[in-house]
Design a binder for this molecule. Structure first.
Ligand code: PLP
Length: 244
């Protein structure tokens, strides 16, 4: 019998438009030939134009779903995106304790580019339990500032991929890990940045880790793949383009 595909656990918000969150992440995991399993932390009300509301899923529901998945599947990596509430972050951290040694990618989603906040309360306090178990955290410029900067994040023991896409000029992402710092220079792709790039990047990293690439290899491959996805962005709804 064929070996089953490695399983990637997605913990993220549901964006019904498919541009970001669980549906978009699922598409990316499948493109790597891996098996996605996933738990929704919130049901957002959004389309390709804007995100107007988040409806958090109860922490007990998330914990119960995760308990079953963790017991059933040989999970090779975890991607955590939008959490909505500090209660949800705590429940996820508690549920993932059973997965000791499995790499965890944390995308600290705080706000929709066009729309509402996607995490209630103080970001650093809410995400602290997850920062302690993350392999790598992937903040953009605003998220990095809200979380206290690279050194503050490194104090939790996690590697940091500081994304430079929101800064003017040629974008440079920087990875800070145990061996030091790696610069990942990119190029500015013309047009308005598509919806869902942050979700795509963190999920691509989780896929690389599930396939056994080390952190640096997984991050380097993910950055290249997301650049191609931004180049391939398409308008599917009437609003922003989605990553390809
Ligand atoms: N909705 C969900 C469920 C998300 O996870 C995210 C971002 O991570 C967004 C919306 C916002 O995406 P963007 O800022 O690319 O519009």
């Amino acid at each position: 019998m064929d070996e089953p595909p490695p399983t990637v656990l997605l913990i993220a918000g549901l964006d019904p438009s498919g541009g970001a969150g669980l549906l978009a992440d699922t598409r990316i995991v499948l493109a790597s030939g891996l098996h996605p399993i996933g738990v929704a932390t919130a049901l957002t009300e959004q389309d390709s134009r804007e995100c107007v509301r988040m409806n958090p899923v109860a922490a007990e529901v998330i914990a119960a779903q995760l308990a079953r998945l963790v017991d059933d599947f040989a999970i090779k990596s975890v991607k955590i995106g939008m959490l909505a509430t500090a209660d949800n972050a705590r429940a996820v951290a508690h549920s993932l304790r059973a997965l000791d040694g499995v790499p965890v990618v944390l995308d600290p989603v705080l706000r929709a580019t066009r729309g509402v906040a996607l995490l209630d309360g103080d970001a650093r306090e809410a995400l602290a339990p997850l920062l302690r178990l993350a392999t790598v955290v992937t903040p953009n410029v605003d998220e990095l500032a809200a979380l206290g900067g690279v050194d503050a994040l490194r104090d939790f023991g996690t590697a940091v991929l500081a994304k430079g896409g929101h800064l003017p000029g040629a974008p440079i992402d920087r990875l800070y890990d145990e061996q030091g710092e790696v610069e990942l220079p990119g190029e500015r792709i013309p047009g308005e940045p598509p919806h869902g790039t942050g979700c795509a990047l963190s999920t691509e990293i989780a896929c690389g880790l599930a396939l056994g690439l080390g952190l640096r290899g997984a991050v380097q491959l993910a950055v290249v793949r997301v650049r191609e996805r931004i180049r391939a962005a398409r308008a599917i709804g009437r609003g922003r383009r989605f990553v390809g």
